[in-house]
Design a protein around this ligand. Sequence first.
Ligand code: ADP
Length: 337
Amino acid sequence: MPLEIVRNDITKMTVDAIVNAANESLLGGGGVDGAIHYAAGPELLAECKTLDGCKTGKAKITGGYNLPAKYVIHTVGPVYEDGKHGEKSLLESCYRESLALAKKHNCETVAFPLISSGVYGYPKDQALKVAIDVISVFLLENDMMVYIVIFDKAAYKISEKLFSDITEYIDDNYVDEHTDYRRESMRMNTPMAPMQASVGLFESDLCECKAMMAEEDLDAKLKHIDESFSQMLLRKIDEKGMTDAECYKKDNIDRKLFSKIRSDVHYKPSKPTAIAFAISLELSLDETEDMLKKAGFALSHSNKFDIIIEYFISKGNYNIFEINEALFAFDQSLLGA
Ligand code: ADP
């Protein structure tokens, strides 16, 4: 998946480049900056000293030294005052400039912390939104795997309103709590009708004949096999007037995976992938169920992931990044390949 939100310490990320939320001196500081310098070793500071600082909204690149990452891209986020001092456009610029540097150095994988969201005081949910917006625009035109690294759970919070809306929706729809398990298991263990004790010669001939008929019937049925997942997907893409690239980029699916689906008519995607396509194509709930069925899946009310997906589709909100934010907030796996 080209954009992924992960919970980790950025100094542990094995990627081509990690981004540092630095200050204008580039001579090290606290927070993520301190952690990166500590993990990279003193050679990083020595190289930073040669760079002559960096302006807010701009970015500069160095080696990664003792880090698992090959490069560190240092960018300086804005200090948040009240949101009326150009903070947003400066923060957007940090992401854009860092991505441009990463591209220039042929990086295929890049990890960002939530720039400015620590001591610089940018509200975390808004900082995350800026990150997601700029990175997703960049990924429409560029092939890169980008991680947004969230350090701790508390650092990440979707808006209270969305969170409580989804919580309510889950509460209303979660069947798990309402299922009578004792009854269910009694029903499952009900003994089946006793089998016929003996089968005579005539009966066995009859069985063979029935089996042959069943086989012919099966052959006939297989000849009329329904449209497959991949056929339905390609038909829907055409119907929506989208190009393949528009579809897989919009839904955050890896290009290679898409070409596999395109070339194999019987390809069976994972459930999150199938759902991601439904979201990208902006299918209704019924159409989504249809598409999932083609891949052997269904949306279930016994599962938070499914209920969250259902929530967004029923609200007509097909923004995959917002959906992933919500899935992340509820500790669910994210959509994509
Ligand atoms: P800024 O000065 O730009 O606000 P900070 O370093 O204070 O930078 O914080 C930026 C974000 O980085 C914060 O959300 C903080 O929780 C996070 N952070 C701190 N240490 C790490 C780390 N080791 N890995 C990833 N993120 C981190």
